[in-house]
Ligand binder design. Sequence first.
Ligand code: 5GP
Length: 186
Amino acid sequence: MVWAPTRLTVLAGPSGVGKGTVAALIAERYPKVYLSISATTRRPRPGEVEAVSYFFISRAAFEAAVVAGDMLEWAEYNGHLYGTPRLAVEDALGAGRPALLEIDLAGARQIRQSMPGALQVFLMPPTWKELERRLIARGTEDEGQRLLRLATAEREVRARGEFDFVLTNDDLDRTVTRLAAIMGLD
Ligand code: 5GP
């Protein structure tokens, strides 16, 4: 199958698998790619920057944006709302740029419905132990949040068969190269 040159790619996979790092490297190596900046109601982690990591907004503002139709997709993940601002993605695609969304399973399913032509990629950890290790090493979640995320991860991993491609993130550089190839980037 030949992919259309301009398209939307969804990158999903469990928390801690390295989606953010992979997506950031794609955007760095291929500046034409528009990496969507999501909105969220969760609090910033140390080091996260407003309008770079996320748009950190209130629940009221988020809900108003949903009602206004300004979210391309959105989902509740472990008690917080996350969504993709529609306009920036549509502008990028309209300008002929490939766009990349790093989102959760529920969001990926919405995009599958609303934009069936989007490429759907799922990132897998090399092993379950490694995912646990990465979540602990990241040190950004307390024990309760980590357990919640691992439970969510199990549900997400079970759904990997819904995706067009499943990549195992055992080597960061190789994962980025493979994703770029799947996205038709050069
Ligand atoms: P985190 O709190 O670790 O930044 O993100 C938690 C989960 O929310 C991750 O699986 C991440 O991919 C997902 N996420 C981030 N932005 C969005 C978004 O805009 N929409 C959806 N549906 N999920 C998102």
